[in-house]
Each structure stands twice: as structure tokens, then as C-alpha cells.
Design a protein around this ligand. Structure first.
Ligand SMILES: Cc1cc2nc3c(=O)[nH]c(=O)nc-3n(C[C@H](O)[C@H](O)[C@H](O)COP(=O)(O)OP(=O)(O)OC[C@H]3O[C@@H](n4cnc5c(N)ncnc54)[C@H](O)[C@@H]3O)c2cc1C
Length: 410
């Protein structure tokens, strides 16, 4: 009989434990919260976007993307979907994004907890793991006594969302076993700038296309809902660009984002913009310049853009000179923000950095530094975009570890 302890009863830990449990394996989860899978409840704005049909490495960043490609393969994608099917989860799929049909994250959390209990996994809650020692077995030191195991699975996630030191325990243990940890930073996070006009646009939500530049070079773009805030920018499309932006800022690179507020009209260049203004001005006569944007943009935003373009709100289109039209074009289509910072772990959805995949056996996810130590989930330096990519990676790594351990005595 192998005694397996899983530290962390979150997404990956629950999946690893469920699949590792069999008649030959005693499996215990040590979880610091009073319930397992608490973070799952806040995912996908409470709906849990748990998977994406279009799973490929292009949606991830990290040090070792070559090995990631070996993990995100067709077999493992099927394993995840078969696993959720076996739990009775019926998906609701929107543009390739998977949610439980109920649209409630609690369905996923509940299904995992019920399955763990049904399989005989022992869930021990309210236990904070403080340290791990190894002689011929693992000794796990907690705030409530010590535990021993033959096999240890680390699934403690990161300090994203719950920004406290206890959540760094996974990295601490990995360092203790001589692993290298790529510097951890907030990921999928809001971006900050220093502009005085932010207080004027705070609270506005609008659709836009954002382009990210690092040291002047275009590196990525995202389209979607943008939230303008008193510190800078937020919203799904900002989070989507944030992983690259945060890393670049940490490497002292210049980061800026341009916003096209009229992308939904397919206006991408100056000629299109001027034609649009002329047509609009002819169609709805005798309007002030700001009124030409009525029903297209938020009033507050239009007025701010006119102000920043040095255009009087009462001007008519015919009264604008070339300079003003240039300014207006730049601010509507190419609005530039210099990004100078980002919010902290508490506001972040994930942590960038972590354990590089080349420090584990890619087939079993066993540490290459310590026999019988397995790692799954967000502890790796694998950082997905929004869209179900982070949970997908957690499920896959939980399944790889769980299936391997579950097959040990077969
Ligand atoms: C607001 C928000 C929304 C998100 N939305 C999505 C989404 O829609 N789709 C998506 O793919 N991803 C989403 N994510 C990311 C996703 O939640 C994580 O990538 C995923 O939960 C990581 O799984 P994990 O098992 O590695 O860690 P976790 O799920 O965080 O589990 C780690 C567990 O370890 C426990 N633990 C930590 N330290 C200790 C300790 N010292 N002792 C005992 N227990 C400990 C924690 O309490 C926790 O239960 C979102 C994240 C946030 C914060």
C-alpha cells in the first residue's frame, strides 16, 4: 500500500487525487481552506470556463514551451473531456469555450469533491502546510501536526487572488529540493499608466481592439470589452495582453498599448476614418463633431477624446483643420497609453513564472531532483491566456500525475 499525500485541494490536486486513488493507494489531500476547490468558484466570473476546444501552445507563455507541446496533445485533451464526462458534467460550449451547462462554477467544484469522496480520497481541511522534510519518506509539517507519506504531490497553486505567504509554500518546497523557480509575477492582471485623464474616463466600458508594443515592436493584439479605470485599463482583452506586458516591464522594456475604439466599424486607417466622418456628417446634418459619434461611443469617452484632440466640443466637422483631424484620428484609432505598471497578486488571476517543465519527467511529472515528488497545476512556469487555458493545464497535469500513480501497482 502506497501512502500518497497531495498538498492543495484545488483544481489540479483534486484531479490528481481522484485518479491516483485505488485499492493499492491511500490518498490524502491536505487543504488549508475549509473546503476544497474554493478558487474554482470565482473562475469565469462564477461560471467556470474550464476548457477550450482550441488548445495549443500559442495561447501560453513560459520558459519551456517545447515540453508544453508534449503535454497539450490530442490524447490528453481527450482525457480531460472524458474525465469531466465521467463526472457527469455536460458542457455548454460557446465559441470553443467550455462551461458547465448550469453556467455555475459550483457544479465543477461539487462534482470533483463528490468524486473524491466516492473514490475514498481522504480530504483533510483547515491544515496549513508549513514545510516538508525528506529522509526515506516525506514528512509534511503543518499547523496541526505532522503527516508522513511515501509519495508527495505538490498542487498548491500560486498566490494569485489569495495574496498571502502560505500560498508560496509550493515554490518553497521545490526550492528546498534544489529546483529552480522562474521569478513569479502577477499574470492576467490589469495594467497601469500615469495619465491625469484616467480619472475622467474611469468607469467607462467599451469594445475595442488593443495592440501591445514592446520596445516599439508589435507583439500581440486582442479585441473585446475594455474597461477604463482610474489607474489605467482592465477587461478581458487587457488581461490577454498582460502576461507579455508584465514580463517586459520586469525586463525594463518600454511597453505601450494602442487602442482602436472604432474597430467594430472596421476603420483601421486614416482614409477610412475621413470617409466615415464625411459620410456620417452628410447623413446626419447639422450636428456638432461629438454628435457624429452618438450611439457609437460612450459620451464621456467621445468628449474626452475631443478634449485630448484639442477640438472644441461645439465645432462642426467643416470647422476642423488638418491638425485636428489628425489628432482625432490618432485618438480614436491609435490611442496610445504608456504602460508603467500592473496590479498585484490579489487582483491577478494567475502567477507568471514557477517551475520550468524541463525539471520534471514530462511523461509522469515526477521531479528530476527528488524521487516520488510529483508536481501539477499552476506551480509550473506555464501561463495561459484567458479562455479556459489555465484550468485546462491544471486538469491535464492533475490527470497525468493521477493516472501514473493510479497505475503504479497494476
Ligand atoms: C478570478 C479568477 C478567475 C479565473 N478564471 C479562470 C477561468 O475561467 N478559466 C481558467 O482556465 N482559469 C481561470 N483562473 C485560473 C485558475 O483558477 C487557476 O489556474 C487554477 O485554479 C490553478 O489550479 P491549481 O490546482 O494549480 O491551484 P488552485 O486551484 O489555486 O489550488 C491550490 C490549492 O492549494 C491550497 N494551498 C495553498 N497553499 C497551501 C498550504 N500552505 N497548505 C495547504 N493548502 C494550501 C489552496 O488553498 C488551494 O485550494 C482564474 C483565476 C482567478 C483568480
Amino acid at each position: 500500500m502506497n501512502k500518497i499525500i497531495v498538498i492543495g485541494g484545488g483544481a489540479s490536486g483534486l484531479v490528481a487525487a481522484i485518479n491516483a486513488k485505488n485499492d493499492n493507494n491511500e490518498v490524502i489531500i491536505l487543504e488549508k481552506n475549509s473546503v476544497c476547490g474554493k478558487k474554482i468558484l470565482v473562475t469565469g466570473a462564477g461560471k467556470c470556463n474550464y476548457f477550450n476546444e482550441d488548445l495549443s501552445t500559442k495561447y501560453y507563455s513560459g520558459l519551456d514551451i517545447t515540453n508544453l507541446d508534449k503535454i497539450i496533445n490530442k490524447n490528453n485533451k481527450k482525457l480531460v473531456l472524458d474525465f469531466f464526462d465521467s463526472l457527469g458534467i455536460i458542457p455548454r460550449i460557446k465559441n470553443g469555450y467550455y462551461y458547465p451547462y448550469s453556467n455555475q462554477a459550483v457544479s465543477i467544484q461539487n462534482a470533483l469533491i463528490l468524486e473524491a469522496k466516492a473514490k475514498g480520497v481522504k480530504l483533510i481541511h483547515d491544515v496549513i502546510v508549513k514545510d516538508v522534510k525528506y529522509t526515506d519518506k516525506f514528512t509534511i509539517l503543518t499547523n496541526n501536526g505532522n503527516y508522513e507519506s511515501d509519495i508527495l504531490v505538490l498542487a498548491t497553486g500560486s498566490r494569485a487572488f489569495n495574496d498571502n505567504e502560505e500560498n508560496d509554500i509550493g515554490y518553497k518546497i521545490l526550492r528546498k529540493f534544489n529546483h529552480n523557480i522562474v521569478k513569479t509575477l502577477p499574470g492576467l492582471v490589469q495594467l497601469k499608466g500615469n495619465e491625469t485623464y484616467f480619472k475622467e474616463w474611469s468607469g467607462i466600458r467599451t469594445d475595442a481592439k488593443l495592440t501591445l508594443f514592446i520596445d516599439g515592436k508589435k507583439v500581440d493584439e486582442e479585441t473585446g470589452e475594455l474597461q477604463l479605470t482610474n489607474y489605467g485599463i482592465s477587461g478581458i482583452c487587457v488581461l490577454g495582453l498582460s502576461n507579455l506586458a508584465v514580463r517586459a516591464l520586469n525586463n525594463n522594456k518600454k511597453v505601450n498599448i494602442t487602442i482602436n475604439f472604432l474597430d467594430f466599424l472596421k476603420i483601421n486607417n486614416k482614409e477610412d476614418f475621413i470617409n466615415f466622418l464625411i459620410e456620417r456628417n452628410n447623413k446626419i446634418n447639422n450636428r456638432k463633431i461629438g454628435e457624429l459619434f452618438d450611439s457609437l461611443l460612450n459620451y464621456k469617452l467621445t468628449n474626452l477624446i475631443l478634449k485630448l484632440s484639442k477640438i472644441n466640443l461645439n465645432s462642426k466637422y467643416e470647422e476642423l483643420n488638418n491638425n485636428m483631424i489628425n489628432n482625432l484620428y490618432n485618438n480614436m484609432i491609435n490611442f496610445n497609453i504608456d504602460i508603467t505598471g500592473y496590479n498585484g497578486f490579489k487582483e491577478a488571476q494567475i502567477s507568471l513564472g514557477g517551475l520550468p517543465l524541463n525539471e520534471v519527467n514530462i511523461n509522469t511529472l515526477e521531479s528530476l531532483k527528488q524521487h516520488n515528488l510529483y508536481i501539477c497545476g499552476e506551480l509550473y512556469d506555464v501561463n495561459g491566456k484567458c479562455g479556459g487555458y489555465n484550468l485546462a493545464f491544471s486538469w491535464i497535469t492533475g490527470l497525468i500525475v493521477g493516472n501514473y500513480l493510479g497505475g503504479l501497482n497494476d
